[in-house]
Write a protein that binds this ligand. Structure first.
Ligand SMILES: [Zn+2]
Ligand SMILES: [Zn+2]
Length: 481
């Protein structure tokens, strides 16, 4: 019986660890930031440390604010632990989990206040004072850290100083400039242990309240089969945003996790998509322009009607986004627009631009593949519109533009009795009674990619995350990206 229970437990444990594996991005270093208590502002610093790691493209990062609950199982999935923590000791299971984790060959990184060691802090006046010194020391922590605060340790006033890599062969600093400047606290008289291998120092000047000596700034420790790195830098987010801090911290975290530092994969930056946004002939909320904010892959120019097509568009733009409602486009401008389309560029037509150029059959029939009838015509009713409709919008089939968008719930304007080409490929549809059904389609036009989207009347749409993503996807797709 006991044996069966044990087996069941083993199966459960195996299943659990497989499940946790699935939560991580494949191929990335798994880092856990230990936080939640510090005499520094951990609510600000922990997200920044996380972002710096994520920005390298090499890490999948989690954080815990309740480290006392850690166990051997909860840390097992990680490659490296980062201490942005300075507070009371943890339960024994948590402490031995961290110690065994490093001993077994994994990584540990200590940032700034983490070297202050374990103990309860209290705010007295404007200064944090350790009140828990009576707590028994954690000898394994002192060994792993390679250097901790003692009664003699301190720092002068914060100032700008030069940090110098003294070990040019260590992977953390290899290939970086020999020195960097930073504005931070310069810790002095740390209680260093012989196991610490210092890789960078800084001169602590008497004039700034220092010791007149070189002080250790960055060091490594071999602990069991594992690797420990400590930086005394990183008093606050300003100090952490110093390029020298970010480089040493991210490289050292990779080194602690893997024993090396791989060069950054230079992502080939594509040139931005040159977009001409055409407005005019119809009111719109200024929030429309925010649709393109924060899109580094787009270089956007806005040109209102009249005259938006008055020059050769092919040399200057890759994509036209038409949000105008305009009829009086002279023949020369129509030729420019036609030449743009025939040159294989992209066009995204939005919302009320379904009612532009109503008299140009080639345009509305072959290119836009849809028409809003401003008035009744033989064989067709006048189209109608209704503002502020509560819509459920569903993708119609699979397409790169709607990939990952899913069902959209949005307040927007609907049109009814519009003509949609039977050859159009519908991307979005709704069952709403005030609409005909198709809300977005790809035109059958062959020489360029042309997409129409009926959504997009006001701020409810312009600020809607799914609509914003949809428009960004559509611009990229019509550009051929
Ligand atoms: Zn500090
Ligand atoms: Zn509208």
């Amino acid at each position: 019986m006991a044996r069966r229970v044990l087996l069941l437990l083993l199966f459960a444990a195996a299943a659990w660890s497989q499940n946790t594996t699935a939560f991580f991005q494949p191929g990335k270093i798994r880092a856990l930031i230990i936080s939640g208590r510090n005499n520094h502002d951990w609510r600000e610093t922990t997200p920044l440390l996380r972002q710096q790691l994520v920005d390298t493209g090499k890490f999948d990062v989690r954080a815990t604010e309740e480290p006392s609950g850690m166990t051997a199982e909860t840390v097992a999935a990680y490659d490296v632990l980062i201490l942005d923590y300075n507070g009371p000791r943890w339960r024994e299971a948590a402490e031995s989990a961290v110690e065994e984790f490093v001993k077994a060959g994994k990584g540990l990184v200590l940032v700034h206040g983490a070297s202050y060691g374990f103990g309860e802090m209290e705010l007295l006046g404007d200064r944090h004072v350790k009140t828990g010194i009576h707590e028994k020391p954690w000898p394994a922590f002192v060994s792993m850290a390679g250097g901790t605060w003692s009664a003699q340790t301190g720092h002068g006033r914060r100032h700008v100083f030069t940090v110098k890599y003294t070990d040019r062969e260590n992977p953390i600093g290899r290939g970086l400039p020999e020195t960097f400047l930073t504005s931070d606290e310069l810790y002095h008289r740390m209680n260093m242990r012989p196991e610490a291998h210092v890789i960078a120092t800084a001169f602590s000047a008497i004039e700034t309240g220092g010791t007149g000596r070189e002080e250790p700034i960055l060091w490594t420790v071999a602990y069991g089969k594992g690797r420990v790195f400590q930086t005394v830098l990183g008093h606050d987010t300003a100090a952490m945003m110093e390029p020298g801090f970010a480089a040493s911290f991210t490289r050292a975290t990779e080194w602690a996790a893997t024993g090396g530092v791989k060069p950054l994969v230079e992502t080939q930056k594509e040139p931005p998509i040159r977009v001409l946004v055409v407005t005019g002939g119809h009111d719109h909320a200024p929030s429309f322009y925010s649709l393109f904010n924060g899109r580094e892959d787009l270089a956007v120019t806005v040109d209102p009607q009249p005259g938006a097509f008055s020059h050769d568009l092919r040399k200057m733009y890759d994509v036209l986004v038409l949000y105008d409602m305009y009829q009086d486009v002279p023949e020369t401008e129509r030729r420019n627009l036609r030449e743009f389309l025939e040159s294989g560029k992209g066009v995204l037509i939005l919302h009320h631009a379904l009612a532009s150029l109503s008299d140009w059959q080639w345009w509305w029939e072959e290119v836009r593949a849809g028409k809003y009838f401003l008035k009744e015509e033989p064989g067709h009713l006048a189209s109608t519109y209704l503002h502020d409709q509560d819509l459920i919008v569903e993708p119609a089939g699979k397409h790169p533009i709607t990939d990952g968008i899913g069902t959209i719930h949005i307040i927007d304007e609907t049109y009814k009795h519009v003509w949609v080409s039977p050859e159009a490929r519908v991307l979005l549809k709704t069952d709403h009674p005030t609409a005909d059904g198709p809300l977005m389609w790809v035109s059958p036009y062959q020489k360029s990619r042309v997409v129409y989207c009926m959504l997009g009347h006001g701020p409810e749409a312009h600020n809607h995350p799914q609509f914003r993503q949809l428009i960004h996807n559509a611009v990229r797709w019509v550009a051929g990206r």
